[in-house]
Write a protein that binds this ligand. Structure first.
Ligand SMILES: C[S@@+](CC[C@H](N)C(=O)[O-])C[C@H]1O[C@@H](n2cnc3c(N)ncnc32)[C@H](O)[C@@H]1O
Length: 242
């Protein structure tokens, strides 16, 4: 069953997303406590990068403070780094975190859906970490086409995102996600959990892997290879080859 409530698309509230991520310290604590499985994702992504087999340019969409990506990329065969994020607060930190990558770095503040078409050239690796799900379904559909157009020959799109289990509705996903966060996110105050829950339940629109595959194949990607799935079935790291 698909999450049919999304067929009548409401416009995305980019401003609400920016406001949430401007309180960067709460998100940082969520990541530091590995509540979103960044440690395992980093391990699987690093294994994949080691096998990529050639120097690469890297485009990081929704880069946030670039702490995850810069940790992953330090010491790799990266040739250039480009990050885009809608939060100026996060980008200020990204500037510091990408300083020692030792390659040309460019950071852009804005909506990646709007900014992507104007980027010059193409990229060997495009990464979207925990931000594709902020787009509504039709926007995601359009976006896969744009992403394909920005990949260099032999390049890959890597997506780390929440995913619905087969047949799951958005409502059911949100129900079990809220229960899980309220039960296990002990490092956050109840007000901070309330804020995260409000953000996720209003701004997150996860899809099934099969739905992402349908969009990707329509945009001439191969169906994805799953590089990592967390044990609670909330998130997946996926590789889509161009
Ligand atoms: C959950 S954080 C992920 C940060 C980082 N990629 C990571 O994995 O830790 C999502 C980031 O995407 C950004 N974001 C969400 N929608 C965006 C959009 N349409 N354009 C640019 N940035 C966006 C937010 O500001 C935030 O920094």
């Amino acid at each position: 069953m698909q999450n049919t409530e999304l067929t009548m698309e409401e416009p995305r509230d980019a401003e609400a997303v920016r406001e949430f991520f401007d309180q960067w310290s709460v998100y940082c604590r969520i990541v530091d406590n590995d509540y979103l499985y960044h440690n395992s994702v980093r391990e699987s992504f690093a294994d994949w990068l080691n096998r990529f087999g050639r120097p690469f340019s890297f485009l990081d969409l929704g880069c946030g403070d670039a702490r995850f990506s810069s940790g992953l990329l330090r010491g790799s065969t990266i040739t250039s780094y480009t990050g885009i994020d809608i939060s100026p607060v996060a980008l200020g930190l990204a500037e510091q975190n990408t300083r020692d990558l030792g390659v040309p770095c460019s950071l852009q503040c804005g909506d990646f859906v709007m900014n992507l078409p104007a980027l010059p050239g193409s990229y060997d690796i495009i990464y979207i970490g925990l931000s594709l799900h902020h787009l509504r379904r039709q926007e995601k559909e359009y976006f896969f086409g744009e992403l394909h157009g920005k990949l260099a020959p032999g390049g890959s799109l890597i997506v780390f995102d929440p995913v619905l289990t087969p047949g799951e509705t958005r409502e059911a996903y949100m129900g079990r996600w809220v229960d899980h966060a309220e039960l296990t996110w002990k490092a956050l105050t109840s007000e901070e959990i309330e804020g995260a829950v409000a953000h996720v339940t209003t701004s997150d629109f996860p899809e099934e892997v099969s739905t992402l595959n349908r969009m990707a194949v329509k945009a001439e990607f191969h169906p994805c290879r799953i590089l990592f799935e967390d044990r609670t079935d909330f998130y997946a790291l996926m590789e889509f080859r161009a």
